[in-house]
Design a binder for this molecule. Structure first.
Ligand code: FUB
Length: 326
C-alpha cells in the first residue's frame, strides 16, 4: 500500500524527488518532479551534483489519498538530442494530448528544452526527436490561459546558463552578472497551437520594484534565479520563482502573462537544502504549494523530497508567507 499524502511530509520515500510541477488532470493531482540520483562526482555552482537521468510521474486521487508512482516515464537514453541533466520538468494538456517539457544538456553541453507526448497524464512519454527550436536554459513552465493560449517560461542563472545567452548567442566564457546592473530575468514566449513549438522568440520579462524599476542583479533577496511558475487568480497573473542564492520562493504580479511583473513578496522561507523549487495549483477550491526540501536525506542538497502545503491569499491578493518548519 502506498503512503497517504500528508502536508509537509515527503510524498514519497522510496526515491529522491525534486522540483515538483503539480497539475489537476482528470480530477486528480498529477505531480511531475525530477528524480535525484546518487553520485560520487563533484558538487559545484554549475549544479553538477544534480545528475538526473530520468523522470517518474506521481498522482493523488485526493489531497490525503495514497501517492501512486506511475514509474519511469522518460529516460535520457530515449531522447536523441540529449546527453545529461534531466532537470526540472513541467506538463500541460491540450486537445487530447499531454505534453511533458524537460530541460537537458544537448551533445554540446548547452541546456535546451525538450518535449515528449502521451495520451495519458501518467505517461510514458514519447520524446520529439529534436529539442524545441529557439529554446535554451532550464526549468520550463508552461501556463495555459483561460482562452487556451499557452506560454512557456524558462530560465535559470549560474548552472542554468542564462548569463551565457545575453548576446543572443551562447557564449560559454560569460561569467556571473554585474551586481550593479539590471538582473537577468525569466524568458517567456507564446507557444504555437501544436504545443511543440514556440510562436515567437523567447524574450525577457523583467521583475520591477514598486517604483517600476527593474530589480538589480545584486538584489539577491528578490531577483530571479530559477524555477519559474505562473498561475492566475482573480484575473491577476502570478509569476513565482526561486531566488536561488538567498533561498526564497518569491512572487510578482502582472495583468499580462508576458509581464512585466511587479515584485510582491515571499511565498516560502528557506527550506533544508540549497535549492528551493515549487509549483502552485488549485484543487477542490483550495490552493496548494508543492515544494521540496532535503530533510529526508539529512540535508544533502542533491537528495531532495517533494512535499506540499496549503497556501492562503489575503483579500488584497497577496499571499501569506509559509515558514516551512513552524
Ligand atoms: O533539480 C535540478 C535543478 O535544481 C533544477 O532545475 C533547479 O530549479 C533546482 O531545483
Amino acid at each position: 500500500m502506498n503512503k497517504r499524502a500528508k502536508q509537509n511530509e515527503p510524498l514519497v520515500t522510496h526515491i529522491y524527488t525534486a522540483d515538483p510541477s503539480a497539475h489537476v488532470f482528470e480530477d486528480k493531482i498529477y505531480i511531475y518532479p525530477s528524480h535525484d540520483l546518487e553520485h560520487d562526482g563533484v558538487s559545484d555552482d554549475e549544479g553538477n551534483q544534480y545528475t538526473m537521468e530520468d523522470y517518474h510521474v506521481f498522482s493523488m486521487d485526493d489531497i490525503d489519498a495514497p501517492v501512486v508512482d506511475h514509474g519511469q516515464v522518460l529516460h535520457v537514453d530515449d531522447v536523441p538530442w540529449a546527453s545529461e541533466k534531466m532537470w526540472a520538468p513541467d506538463a500541460a494538456y491540450k486537445n487530447g494530448t499531454y505534453y511533458f517539457y524537460f530541460p537537458a544538456k544537448d551533445k554540446d553541453g548547452i541546456f535546451r528544452i525538450g518535449v515528449a507526448t502521451s495520451k495519458s497524464p501518467a505517461g510514458p512519454f514519447t520524446p520529439e526527436p529534436n529539442y524545441i527550436p529557439g529554446t535554451f536554459s532550464i526549468d520550463p513552465a508552461v501556463f495555459v490561459d483561460d482562452d487556451g493560449s499557452a506560454y512557456m517560461y524558462i530560465g535559470g542563472i549560474w548552472g542554468g546558463q542564462l548569463e551565457k545567452w545575453q548576446t543572443g548567442e551562447f557564449v560559454a566564457t560569460t561569467g556571473l552578472q554585474d551586481p550593479s546592473k539590471e538582473a537577468i530575468s525569466v524568458y517567456v514566449a507564446k507557444m504555437n497551437e501544436d504545443m511543440l513549438s514556440l510562436a515567437e522568440p523567447l524574450k525577457e520579462s523583467k521583475i520591477l520594484d514598486k517604483n517600476d524599476r527593474p530589480l538589480l542583479a545584486g538584489d539577491e533577496d528578490r531577483r530571479f534565479f530559477e524555477a519559474p511558475w505562473v498561475f492566475k487568480n482573480n484575473g491577476t497573473y502570478y509569476f513565482t520563482y526561486s531566488t536561488g542564492s538567498s533561498h526564497y520562493i518569491a512572487y510578482a504580479t502582472s495583468d499580462s502573462p508576458m509581464g512585466p511583473y511587479t515584485y510582491r513578496g515571499r511565498i516560502l522561507e528557506p527550506v533544508i537544502g540549497w535549492t528551493t523549487h515549487h509549483s502552485i495549483v488549485k484543487f477542490k477550491g483550495k490552493w496548494y504549494l508543492f515544494y521540496h526540501d532535503s530533510s529526508l536525506s539529512g540535508g544533502i542538497d542533491h537528495r531532495r523530497s517533494i512535499k506540499f502545503t496549503e497556501i492562503k491569499f489575503n483579500k488584497d491578493g497577496t499571499i501569506q508567507t509559509i515558514f516551512p518548519y513552524k
